[in-house]
Design a protein around this ligand. Structure first.
Ligand code: IPE
Ligand code: IPE
Ligand code: MG
Length: 262
């Protein structure tokens, strides 16, 4: 079955409303992870279980993305990185890649006003080459429109790969060394951190991967070097803010030592 005739543009699923405030877990504000990353996995399996095509699994993920953003706002998370399309995802069939590109572009277009209302600052992490120009254009319009919002930064990781990000940082540093602006044998961790895609965003505290897979698939290797990891069994379309809150609830009880002793 071809993906082509799935008309995703007509699928304007309303977001779940913000839940009853009494249902929001009462996390101590300073214990909540500042930066959470989510590897949103399992859309294809969710669709397959229902006899649907893979792209319908991606469509089912859209309201879950926005429910997760809402839940992150309610919990007091300041930065949320969403792994949307990896540098490895180009290996998928041309029709699935085409769908994911068009769908990402359309979601940003359709949801930017809502994100703006919620106080979301839209960000992007990823490589330009190969990414559809229309996706970059929508991202740039959304980033521009929401640049002064301060409730939460939501980073769409699209055409993102951690190794690509580090290679891009290394290339910029090498260029500066070639120009004599820095000494090539004096590369520091701080210099690498300053050349990541979004150098102002703090390290990731918690990475959540859905769908029961135990790997990080090239997601934020630098920023999440000391992150706590949460692997949850639910397929992403079956998730939502409760899954995020459960992972935050577990995180709060972790003992983060960063190599030191208590
Ligand atoms: C995650 O779901 C979405 C993307 C990687 C774009 P998958 O499409 O990887 O779903 P599974 O892992 O095949 O079930
Ligand atoms: C990771 O999921 C990428 C995204 C969620 C965008 P994949 O499904 O692509 O990762 P692998 O293939 O299981 O490692
Ligand atoms: Mg997958």
């Amino acid at each position: 079955m071809s993906f082509e005739h799935v008309d995703y543009t007509s699928l304007d699923i309303p977001p779940a409303p913000f839940s009853d405030p009494s249902r929001i877990p009462d996390f101590p504000r300073d214990a909540v992870p500042r930066h959470v990353g989510v590897i949103m996995d399992g859309n294809g399996r969710w669709a397959k279980q229902r006899g649907l095509v893979r792209t319908q699994g991606h469509q089912a993920a859209e309201p879950v993305v926005f429910d997760t953003i809402a839940g992150a706002i309610e919990a007091g998370v300041r930065y949320l990185s969403l792994y949307t399309f990896s540098t490895e995802n180009w290996k998928r069939s041309p029709s699935e890649v085409r769908f994911l590109m068009g769908f990402s572009r359309d979601i940003i277009h359709r949801r930017v006003a809502q994100m703006d209302d919620w106080g979301v600052r839209v960000r992007w992490a990823g490589r330009r080459p190969r990414l559809w120009k229309s996706v970059i254009d929508e991202l740039e319009m959304a980033m521009d429109r929401t640049r002064d919002n301060k409730v939460i930064d939501v980073v769409f990781c699209i055409n993102y790969g951690g190794r690509a990000e580090l290679a891009d940082a290394a290339a910029q540093i090498a260029r500066q060394a070639a120009q004599g602006r820095i000494k090539g044998d004096r590369v520091t961790e701080r210099m690498i951190a300053e050349h990541l895609y979004n150098p102002d965003i703090p390290d990731c505290d918690l990475v959540i991967r859905t769908s029961g897979e135990y790997r990080t698939s090239n997601f934020l290797p630098w920023q999440a070097a000391y992150a706590e990891l949460a692997f949850v069994p639910e397929l992403f379309p079956d998730c939502g803010r409760e899954v995020l809150w459960r992972a935050i609830g577990d995180y709060i009880h972790r003992d983060r030592r960063f190599g030191g002793v208590q």
